[in-house]
Ligand binder design. Structure first.
Ligand SMILES: NC(=O)c1ccc[n+]([C@@H]2O[C@H](COP(=O)([O-])OP(=O)(O)OC[C@H]3O[C@@H](n4cnc5c(N)ncnc54)[C@H](OP(=O)(O)O)[C@@H]3O)[C@@H](O)[C@H]2O)c1
Length: 321
């Protein structure tokens, strides 16, 4: 079957190991099933994998992709929840120390077919296209959990979202706006700021700009480049939710400000099956849709990876099968 996969790892030149070609069809173990993929979306996670972060050499070749929407073995339209926990794990799946995402230990979604645990399938509502549904399981689910589960955002909260053009950030902008929050974003370019306003941001600032006032919650996925600004932008008692560190994971911690302003620094990772179910319902009921930068056939996936590597995109990049 056709697939997009990593055949080599390179920290500095991640696209060197990116291949599009033939891979064997999946053979599902007991309790697993096979989904015929209609659409899969690209995440920064796929670039990390190609750099060798979370993907050791001995697991290559590895089909990339965490997210998919497609048809199950009975022809039902489904969305794949990418967090695979131990079959005996009964609590929040994201707290399972042995959890894994598709494309880390098991072959990923950027292929004609993918094997997944049966319990990781959710019905795709007819209101969402396969392309839209394929955006939800990683970037959108992460944004949902950051805002509502971990960040405690409520109607009227002021939320700052760093790096507005990204997949998680565009999702957070749309979701926070739909939830009645006041949404402020930062982005490095005016076209991304303009796009963020169209998606629902009330104000869009240059990265690092002084804000008119301090905010209740900051959503941080950029890391070193924006961390100090995030800490300084919070009200006393505010909450910084972090789920990613694209530009580096070891900024100065700003400890004096953290304790003196009594800030909460909260980690967040992916989301549960229940949260994905609620997110899907929210999209349908409130007519919320993912911002898709471009849709490409699987065979042209390299163009999408290049756009993500150079930052020349806004929102989600989707591959169709
Ligand atoms: N923990 C989890 O479960 C989880 C889930 C999803 C994602 N993540 C992580 O979160 C991060 C974002 O993921 P994503 O898929 O949304 O990635 P993405 O779509 O590639 O977005 C990255 C964004 O970071 C911003 N950025 C990059 N370099 C920057 C710099 N030097 N200065 C300021 N901003 C910069 C850019 O914003 P602008 O160009 O708009 O300024 C860019 O749009 C990744 O590191 C990813 O691994 C973690």
């Amino acid at each position: 079957m056709r697939a997009v996969f990593a055949s080599a790892l390179d920290r500095d030149d991640p696209l060197r190991g990116l291949e599009i070609g033939e891979r064997p069809e999946p053979e599902p173990p007991a309790g697993w099933t096979v989904v015929s993929v209609k659409a899969a979306s690209l995440n920064h996670h796929d670039l990390w994998s190609l750099r060798g972060v979370g993907l050791p050499e001995d697991r290559l070749p590895m089909i990339l992709g965490c997210d998919a929407a497609g048809l199950d073995e009975d022809g039902n339209e489904v969305v794949v929840h990418s967090v695979i926990s131990d079959p005996d794990w009964r609590a929040d799946e994201t707290f399972d120390p042995r959890r894994t995402l598709l494309s880390e230990r098991h072959q990923g979604t950027m292929a004609e077919k993918v094997a997944v645990p049966r319990r990781n399938l959710l019905p795709k509502p007819p209101e969402l296209s396969f392309e839209e549904a394929a955006c939800l399981p990683t970037a959108w689910l992460t944004a949902y959990r950051m805002l509502f589960t971990r960040g405690g955002v409520v109607p009227g909260s002021t939320v700052l979202i760093q790096g507005a053009g990204g997949g998680v950030a565009t999702a957070a902008t749309v979701l926070a706006s739909a939830a009645g929050a006041r949404v402020w974003v930062t982005a490095r370019s005016e076209d991304k700021r303009e796009q963020a306003r169209k998606l629902g941001a009330d104000e869009a600032f240059e990265s690092g700009a002084r804000l008119p006032e301090r905010v209740d919650v900051v959503l941080e996925t950029v890391g070193e480049a924006t961390w100090a600004h995030s800490v300084r932008s919070l009200k006393p008692g505010g909450t910084l939710v972090v789920s990613g560190a694209t530009t580096g994971g070891a900024p100065p911690a700003e400890l004096n400000r953290v304790f003196f302003q009594q800030l909460s620094v909260v980690g967040s990772t992916m989301g549960t099956r229940d949260e994905l179910e609620r997110l899907i319902r929210l999209c349908v009921e409130k007519d919320v849709r993912p911002a898709i930068d471009r849709t490409l056939p699987l065979d042209q996936a390299r163009e999408g990876f290049e756009a993500m590597l150079t930052g020349k995109f806004i929102g989600k990049i989707v591959f169709t099968v």
